[in-house]
Design a binder for this molecule. Structure first.
Ligand SMILES: [Zn+2]
Ligand SMILES: [Zn+2]
Length: 339
């Protein structure tokens, strides 16, 4: 087989204009230190939507999105030795870092000055095959099947980093704003670690999911949680929520913004939103260590992914449904072999 099916971003635009195009292209060949994966499942991340809609500028023509990739190693490039053909691995957002800049050499490769990202700079997993750098893929816990583990690879890892960025104390009070793929995984880690979790989301379906996972309370986006918060994570890409969340922090509390994209933040009032040493932080990508740590914890606590499956030929529908909030939890593309 020398040709494969893939979805690529054509002309970025609102999802209803169908910015994703289906195409036939050549099966890629792995270079030095690379692996080719036969894709088994690929999670659908909000970042894919931002890319398709042009919120994130495309970094090339017809880039193939998708960075929650579960695949079987299909061919080893020259020098690749970490895995064998047939091994199941996961490829995520971080495709490559330079390894030499001041951030890479100080344990902060998420801030690398010259990184590449899967499904943005290099082709991702909305395709039957993908080529990845072997140093940047993860071994996957056997306790998860392909579909269950896919959303862990971005939604899970980034949410986990966001949780750590809140520096939530043991048994602390955590607010979660927006409750989709990433939030529903992060909430499970926080709850397993003893946090009381309050979820603010406009979706009644997501509120129900939050309660079923053990949230202490649920409310609408602009509702105040029933107690002040030690930490909060903003998952919804809505800058208007920033002051709302800051106002719900206790003294010394931290708000972490988890997304790669956020609409503008309205002006803040120093006294109401920041004074008393409240902190507003962003979260930028993740290190490989974050990924490993999270996958270990996820396996240990038996995290459950609420997943909506889409056949490969329906990938654009999955993005459209994400845009229109037609499901709660995470979407995963499967069934890559059928037309
Ligand atoms: Zn670097
Ligand atoms: Zn993502």
């Amino acid at each position: 087989m020398t040709m494969m099916r893939a979805w690529a971003v054509g002309t970025p635009g609102r999802i209803d204009t169908r910015p994703l195009v289906a195409l036939d292209c050549e099966v890629p060949t792995p270079g030095t230190g690379q692996l080719r994966l036969r894709v088994r499942a690929c999670g659908v991340c909000r970042t894919d939507l931002h890319l398709a809609e042009g919120d994130l500028a495309p970094r090339g023509d017809l880039v193939i999105p998708g960075h929650e990739i579960v695949g079987l190693v299909d061919e080893l490039g020259p020098g690749a030795s970490r895995f064998a053909c047939g091994d199941r691995v996961g490829a995520a957002w971080l495709a490559h870092t330079c390894g030499t800049c001041r951030f890479c050499t100080s344990g902060r490769e998420n801030l690398c000055l010259d990184p590449t990202f899967t499904g943005w700079d290099v082709d991702g997993g909305y395709a039957q095959f993908v080529v990845v750098d072997e140093a940047f893929v993860y071994s996957l816990p056997e306790s998860f099947d392909d579909v269950a583990v896919a959303p862990l690879l971005c939604a899970g890892i980034i949410g986990y980093r966001a949780l750590r960025r809140t520096e939530l104390p043991r048994g602390g009070r955590l607010g979660i704003y927006g409750f989709g793929g990433s939030a529903h995984l992060t909430a499970q880690v926080a709850i397993a670690e003893g946090a009381r979790v309050h979820v603010m989301t406009r979706s009644p379906e997501s509120r129900e999911l939050a309660l079923s996972l053990g949230a202490s309370s649920v409310g609408d986006t602009n509702d105040a949680p029933p107690e002040l918060l030690d930490g909060a994570i903003l998952f919804a890409p809505v800058g208007d929520i920033v002051p709302v969340a800051l106002a719900s922090l206790d003294r010394g509390g931290v708000l972490a913004v988890a997304g790669i994209y956020l609409s503008d933040i309205p002006s803040l009032n120093y006294d109401r939103h920041l004074f008393q040493e409240r902190t507003l932080r962003s979260v930028t990508a993740n290190t490989r260590q974050d990924g490993q740590d999270f996958l270990e914890i996820a396996a240990r606590i038996g995290i459950t992914s609420t997943v909506h499956q889409y056949a490969f030929r329906e990938a654009d529908q999955a993005l459209s449904d994400l845009a229109h909030e037609r499901f709660s939890g995470a979407a995963v593309i499967v069934d890559f072999e059928s037309d």
